[in-house]
Ligand binder design. Structure first.
Ligand code: O2Y
Ligand code: MN
Length: 576
């Protein structure tokens, strides 16, 4: 075994004092044994869907906790104004004391995993040590785990991810159905050391450290240092009726419909969408000057509520079997249910808190951030190149946010620099994906606010720096599916209809679609998309205020705000 890994396992075993250590090989037998173990103690309930199980979390551990997520770079200035920073030494001391003996009575699992196709030079290997068997089975669906990852690693150093639910068991003590320690939760990143320490939560992004912690926070730092991009983006292939194919990457804040767009089924005859990934893209420049993307993940951890045969038929087919559901409701005949799955809820359910539920209940049956975990291999619209070592060439990048007013349905940036400004000035109404108030407008540059592992001003500069002679820069677009009229009704139907917008982006990229140059960028004529003209109205007074607000926000980056972005902000303010 990798000598760095051997040493690290010994170090963590001595610190956390587990009853047993298991090196996870990723086999089917091992996976089944872990499922059996969790069924026996009540953590997993079998479902009538083949190979599928339900977990209910502790009600205090239901989403990412941004206020307890830290970037402990050596210098505070490297974490920047958008991250919580603590001195690494001070934090390490606190963590040493939290992790001391924290795995007593539990098994410590060592999970080697590869982010990205095993054969790709863009992929990276990491190891997560965890005392949560729920984490292990989720990681088996979401990443390429076990022996193949160890083989790829050889004797190289790797990203170290340490996780504990933070609930040691005394001899004879009965375990909780969802052990966690919300009072002490901390998700801590040491970017220079390529290390993550997570304590106290067993949920999603707090515990599956492959996802947000490694593939975005640590990888964004690696990308800065090595000249590539680790982004909060889905990747799709779009094929037109003539059989021409282009790939797009798209960035939206958490729970704004990335999975739905990634799995979109076209409503336009002859057009086809295929999914490479629904959440994260790692993008490198090829020798031919094109930008190539891989999906570092191997599964989906999608939001359940709102997913239905109407909104996302591909997802519904993906999760018909071999799926782990977390915090959804249980039907009386052993299936799952969530708000928005169909128009008529069952007459009786057991809600995500394990309580009896009827349509008259005042609480939701499924938690708004309830999830499904499933392998990409079950997605009927998976792109044939999703596992390609070379990745896929990106023709366009789409930014977007959830804005009920002001921001038009779609526009194209006037240049790379303008596009970077659009990404930097993204704002969106908050969702249930993170703990905190829902529906509050917040700045979320590049949808990376919770995920950028370094100073956001340096991150903007990194994006601007990508434009060099000899490269084919992807075109940049900005969309907003969420505009509402004065009565609060959505002006755009969204979902399958979004194909019309993608078609416009595709044809702009081919130099075919018409557009008008406006103060906000190139915009289509509403009628060419079959859209309500209000979706393209420019409210100059509203935009003046928006430009001022962007200017105020940019000030938090101080000297690190690139001059080019300050100029773009002034240009916007001046044309309104
Ligand atoms: O930790 C969670 O509750 C889920 S966070 C998440 C999961 C899948 C995809 N994206 C996100 C996100 O917060 O962006
Ligand atoms: Mn996400």
């Amino acid at each position: 075994m990798n000598t760095h890994l051997q040493q690290w396992i010994e170090e963590i075993r001595a610190l956390t004092q587990p009853d047993a250590v298991v090196i996870v090989n990723g086999s089917e037998e091992e996976f089944q044994a872990l499922i059996q173990k969790q069924m026996k103690n009540g953590s997993l309930k079998p479902l009538k869907r083949p190979g599928s199980f339900l977990a209910w979390s502790n009600p205090e551990d239901v989403a990412r906790v941004e206020e307890r997520t830290f970037i402990c770079s050596e210098k505070q200035d490297d974490a920047g104004p958008t991250n919580n920073w603590k001195p690494p030494q001070e934090m390490k001391e606190k963590l040493q004391s939290l992790f001391q003996g924290c795995m007593k009575g539990r098994t410590m699992y060592v999970v080697p995993y590869c982010m990205g196709p095993l054969s790709s030079p863009m992929s990276k290997v990491a190891v997560e040590i965890t005392d949560s068997p729920y984490v292990v089975i989720n990681m088996r669906l979401m990443t390429r785990i076990g022996t193949p990852a160890l083989k790829k690693l050889g004797n190289e150093p790797f990203v170290k991810c340490l996780h504990s639910v933070g609930k040691p068991l005394h001899p004879g003590q009965k375990d909780d159905q969802w052990p966690c320690n919300p009072q002490e939760t901390a998700i801590v990143h040491f970017p220079e050391k390529h290390e993550v320490w997570s304590f106290g939560s067993g949920y999603g992004g707090n515990a599956l450290l492959n996802k947000k912690s490694f593939a975005l926070r640590i990888a964004s730092v690696m990308g800065r240092d090595e000249g590539w991009l680790a982004e909060h983006m889905l990747i799709i292939g779009v094929t037109n009726p003539k059989g021409k194919k282009k790939y797009f990457a798209a960035s939206f804040p958490s729970a704004c419909g990335k999975t739905n767009l990634a799995m979109l089924e076209s409503i336009l005859p002859g057009w086809k969408i295929e999914c490479v990934g629904d959440d994260i893209a790692w993008m490198h420049w090829g020798k031919d000057g094109k930008l190539y993307a891989i999906n570092p993940e191997n599964g989906f951890f999608g939001v359940a509520p709102g997913t239905s045969i109407k909104t996302n038929p591909s997802a519904m087919r993906t999760i018909e079997k071999n799926t782990i559901f977390t915090n959804v409701a249980l039907t009386d005949d052993g299936d799952v249910w969530w708000e928005g799955m169909n128009d008529t809820p069952p007459q009786h359910l057991t809600n995500w808190k394990g309580q009896s539920w009827t349509p008259a209940s005042t609480e939701k049956a499924a938690h708004p951030n309830s999830r499904f975990t499933v392998s990409v291999s079950q997605c009927p619209t998976i792109d044939p190149a999703y596992d390609s070592a070379d990745g896929v060439p990106i023709s366009g990048i789409i930014f977007g946010g959830r804005r009920s007013s002001l921001v038009p349905l779609v526009r194209q940036a006037l240049s790379w620099q303008h596009g970077v400004f659009l990404g930097a000035s993204m704002t969106s109404e908050t969702t249930a994906a993170a703990k905190g108030e829902v529906g509050k407008l917040r700045h979320d540059p590049f949808a990376m606010l919770p995920f950028c592992g370094y100073h956001m001003g340096d991150y903007f500069a990194h994006w601007l720096k990508q434009e060099v002679p000899g490269r084919t820069m992807p075109q940049i677009f900005y969309v907003n599916w969420f505009l509402k009229d004065a009565d609060g009704k959505f002006l755009w139907k969204g979902f399958g209809e979004n194909m019309r917008v993608l078609k416009w982006c595709f044809e702009r990229n081919d130099g075919e679609a018409e557009a008008e140059k406006t103060a906000l960028g190139f915009m289509p004529h509403a009628e060419s998309l079959g859209a309500d003209p209000r979706l393209f109205a420019i409210d100059r007074e509203g935009w003046k205020q928006e430009a001022e607000e962007i200017g105020r926000y940019f000030q938090i980056f101080g000297k690190k705000l690139p001059e080019a972005l300050a100029k773009e902000q002034m240009k916007l303010a001046a044309v309104l």
